[in-house]
Design a protein around this ligand. Sequence first.
Ligand SMILES: [Fe+2]
Length: 214
Amino acid sequence: MAGIPRKVNYSSYDVPSVRGVDWAARVQLDELGLSSDACLPIDQAMPGAAQPIRYLHIFEDGEVSLGIFCLPKGACIPLHNHPGMTVFSRALLGRVHVLSFDWAEAHTDAMAGTVEGPAAPAREARRVLDCVMGSGDDPALLQPTSGGNIHQFTAVTDCAVLDLLTPPYSLDDGRDCTYYHVEGPGSGDGTFLLREAEPPSDFVVGALGMYDWD
Ligand SMILES: [Fe+2]
């Protein structure tokens, strides 16, 4: 397990220079002692039913959170944001469709303190990615205001997606996860209106536990 980011200096967001990202960019499932069966266990209690999304937590400290989302074919992690965060995502297994957006205009003071939640006005966003990412493909890298900070994953096949977040979500620090849906086209080419939304009631992520480094 050499190279795990036990202690990383994330004092800047120059992500390619971050040791944890170097590790995340090259690690393979078998190096983690995982197989596709381990990532995508069939829940025998649910024969024939849709299998849930699961999350294997690998590592977390105040600066970075690292884990693997295991999605059965057809499963979807709905459109959500990563405020003030940088996220590195890579398919370790299978293929996943990535749809992502950045806001067309920066958040302004005029928006602060206005209505939030589904009643808030829809906001215009630029589509950044609408593509399929497979194991062996380049990872996706999103940053606070670029690279597609609001994204959605839909499993084209059973797949496992490694996700590295820096810094992690933190309610105390104002980094909560907000979900959105695409309300319709925006005013420009490749722009769309996004509105805050509750995630679908059938969106559930089950825990595969904390990765055991021993
Ligand atoms: Fe995400």
